[in-house]
Design a protein around this ligand. Structure first.
Ligand code: C5P
Length: 353
């Protein structure tokens, strides 16, 4: 203690890293009466992250958002502001004062490509809701917090887990998964190479293409997804995960839909397979492709090969610009108590009209 006055905690910005997610599997089980789709997906957070900070705004100012890095489009549409507004409503009972919790000034450094199948916007929203509650000093219970996150968007509750999870339902049913077997610490963690062509794919457009018949038959993704979840639950070795890479890379039911929405992905993936010489999977509704490596160093070397191929004309550039290429690590440690959570389907307010 230096004996000086304590800084007023409320004046300090609350900072959060908002990690991207990668779908190692993604099975679409069917359309639901509410228009969403039931999923079965093993999702992992990775150390490519946006950085969000929120501070209490001056009295009278509205909530605001300043964005640097990748351009997510109009600020007014940003999930960060929607998440802060939703968090303010959820915070009211615990807040207990006549005025609502004060406005917030948010700053977002976007390092995750937009509409890339990496859930960057959903992760920003999760970080914003969490940071807002902390800035206001409001502690929601786990159920209210889960309901808040699920009400913001399908991919948002996943970011409550803080580690790999089996994601089911519309995205609200979460089962935290152990990440690789204990006793494997002497092994390097596997690395992931991410390659994102410079075009955004709208998730609703991909699901619509799936509805219209752009889908794989046979339920192989569902089987691969259930198998991987089971194996991770029981502990899986790095080598065994790598041995399953080709099965996992094929286990994305939205891949045919993504190719219908963006046909240029087909030759791009073919060329990427040639450059990498190993299985390449699609994350979410794309267009980010992933490849698994025994270590982060191997994934970095592969990233260099992809950049060289792009520079040498050996890889097409959908979207007219170079793809975003990065080697990442999978985030393993749960930040919260790993309890499976289920929530009754949340009505989507945009679907009521
Ligand atoms: O929930 P969120 O707003 O992120 O979802 C975006 C869109 O993706 C939805 O409006 C819906 O078209 C589609 N979606 C779906 N089934 C899911 C998740 C998303 O159909 N499980």
């Amino acid at each position: 203690m230096n004996g000086g006055p304590e800084p007023d905690r409320r004046l300090l910005p609350v900072v959060r890293l908002a990690p991207a997610k990668v779908n190692l599997t993604l099975a679409v089980l069917g359309m639901r009466p509410d228009g969403f789709h039931d999923l079965h997906s093993v999702m992992v957070p990775v150390d490519l992250a946006d950085r969000l900070s929120v501070s209490i705004a001056p009295p009278g100012a509205p909530d605001s958002l300043h964005v640097e890095g990748f351009d997510p489009g109009p600020v007014g549409d940003n999930l960060v502001l929607r998440a802060i507004a939703a968090a303010r409503i959820a915070a009211r009972p615990a807040w207990g004062r006549p005025d609502p919790p004060p406005s917030l000034a948010a700053r977002l450094e976007k390092r995750i490509p937009i509409a890339a199948g990496l859930a960057g916007g959903s992760s920003d929203a999760a970080a914003a809701a969490d940071a807002a509650l902390e800035a206001w000093g409001v502690d929601l219970g786990p159920d209210a917090r889960h309901a808040l996150f699920a009400g913001i968007g399908s991919d948002v509750p996943f970011f409550l887990v803080g580690g790999p999870a089996l994601v089911e339902g519309r995205g609200e049913r979460l089962t935290p998964l152990a990440w690789l077997r204990d006793g494997d610490e002497h092994h390097d963690r596997p690395g992931l190479l991410l390659v994102t062509p410079a075009l955004g794919i709208s998730t609703p457009a991909s699901f619509r293409a799936w509805d219209d018949g752009a889908r794989s038959m046979g339920g192989a993704a569902r089987l691969a997804s259930a198998h991987l979840a089971e194996e991770l639950r029981n502990g899986l070795r790095v080598a065994d995960l790598l041995a399953r890479a080709s099965v996992l890379a094929a286990a994305n039911d939205l891949a045919p839909a993504a190719s219908v929405v963006e046909p240029s992905l087909v030759p791009f993936k073919r060329a990427l397979l040639r450059v990498l010489g190993r299985p390449v999977g699609l994350s979410g509704s794309g267009p980010t492709y992933w490849a698994l490596y025994p270590s982060h160093a191997d994934a970095s070397a592969a990233a260099e090969r992809v950049r060289e191929a792009v520079a040498g004309g050996g890889l097409s550039t959908p979207g007219g610009r170079d793809p975003f290429v990065v080697a990442v690590r999978i985030l393993a440690a749960p930040r919260t108590t790993p309890t499976p959570r289920t929530l009754a389907p949340t009505p989507d307010p945009r679907r009521t009209s």
